[in-house]
Design a binder for this molecule. Structure first.
Ligand code: NAD
Length: 366
């Protein structure tokens, strides 16, 4: 049948803002002083743990109750219902697309609030104050937003970068040990992908880092931000090199799904996932055994599991763990066909994406 085709061509879409400015502060006091300057009509969203941090008491005390939405903390609440509750509050306050949404919290809050801001009246203004190491070095940077859905991590979402990030490493002092180490796993990932210097810092300054030395943390956060900036400036919407940032994540997301979301921290899952990705790289002849050993020895130095089966699966007596993990990986939204893709490494700062057969995957999980 004869038919005509007419194409409509679009200008590049501007995702919320032209650039993200990262403002670094030595202290939380300095950060909140600056934040207060333009948040008088903003919708502020946080979680109930961050809301009660002594370091933010004065800041929150100065905000009218109705413009501050305090959500329950934790991955469990990273749901579409929570996104809707943010949107309902925004509607109740008669906000417009010119209004400012400010998210203060860890990666759950920054992901959720950014998602809500991106769909509210097709995009409100967005600024973020990441308060966990993980959110400072990863989640809040680069515009990925979202929530979990039907048990799958981040299955709903958009790309919508914040116009400003306010960062102070002082927030990290009040993080639990587990949550802090979770952020360190993302730092390690960033180092393996883009910055040998970061890996060396983690190796040489391990004690100072584990003691949360603030100058060292600032140095590390800035290096991670620079590394992530270089990636998202080239590939914001994850068409190519941004996919590398998923090193360890295909395994990690599957593990989190199999264990039940929130059972172990995201970073703990990522660290184990990195061990599996490097083991897989070695098993298909991509990297040398020496490289796998170097990565494993760093993971072990930080007390992360490099076992084929994560100890939590054994503790929770999960049967057929490897099959369940493979099933969960097949559902991963990044697999555009039935093959499972992985970020693998030939060596440090040398990554590629490969589709791998189920048998090969099984061999490094059991
Ligand atoms: P989180 O937001 O759940 O924070 C962890 C816990 O720490 C929460 O209970 C929180 O209330 C508490 N907390 C926050 N700041 C604190 C502080 N300063 N002191 C004490 N406690 C504090 O989790 P997270 O580890 O920050 O982030 C994990 C989330 O980030 C996951 O949902 C993950 O999918 C997402 N993520 C997103 C991206 C992205 O590119 N968008 C990248 C990596 C991770």
């Amino acid at each position: 049948m004869k038919h005509e085709t007419f194409d409509i061509h679009y200008p590049p879409i501007q995702l919320g803002c032209e650039k993200t400015s990262i403002l670094y502060f030595d202290t939380i006091q300095e950060l909140t002083e600056k934040l207060k300057e333009n948040t008088s009509n903003a919708l502020i969203v946080t979680d109930d743990v961050v809301f009660h941090l002594p370091s933010l008491k004065d800041f929150f005390a100065g905000i009218p109750t109705e413009t501050c939405l305090v959500l329950p903390a934790g991955e469990k609440y990273k749901t579409i219902e929570t996104v809707l509750s943010i949107l309902e509050r925004a509607m109740k306050l008669s906000l417009t697309r010119k209004s400012l949404f400010v998210g203060i919290g860890g990666g759950v809050i920054t992901d959720l609030l950014a998602f809500a801001a991106s769909i509210f009246k097709r995009g409100a203004r967005l600024e973020l104050v990441p308060t966990t190491l993980l959110a400072m070095v990863d989640a809040a940077i680069g515009g990925k937003t979202g929530c979990d859905f039907k048990g799958y991590k981040n299955s709903l979402g958009t790309f919508y970068p914040a116009s400003k990030l306010y960062i102070s490493p002082e927030f990290i002092q009040s993080q639990s040990e587990d949550e802090f180490r979770s952020g360190l796993a993302e730092v390690f990932k960033t180092g393996l992908l883009f910055s040998e210097k970061l890996v060396l810092l983690m190796q040489d300054e391990k004690d100072a880092l584990l003691n949360r030395d603030q100058r060292l943390l600032m140095n590390i956060i800035k290096r991670c931000a620079q590394a992530k900036a270089q990636v998202v400036e080239k590939d914001l919407t994850e068409k190519n090199i941004r996919m590398w940032l998923n090193l360890g994540h295909t395994f990690a997301h599957a593990l989190e799904t199999v264990l039940g979301l929130g059972t172990i921290s995201h970073g703990e899952a990522v660290a184990w996932g990195i061990s599996r990705a490097i083991a897989l790289s070695e098993s298909i002849g991509l990297c040398a055994a020496e490289y796998r050993e170097e990565v494993f020895s760093m993971l072990k130095a930080y007390n992360w599991s490099t076992d084929k089966i994560h100890p939590k699966c054994i503790e929770l007596k999960i049967e057929n763990c490897s099959e369940k993990l493979i099933e969960a990986m097949k559902q991963d939204k990044k697999n555009i066909d039935s093959n499972i893709s992985f970020v693998l490494q030939r060596g440090i700062n040398d990554s590629i994406i490969e589709k791998i057969s189920e048998d090969k995957i099984r061999s490094i999980l059991s």
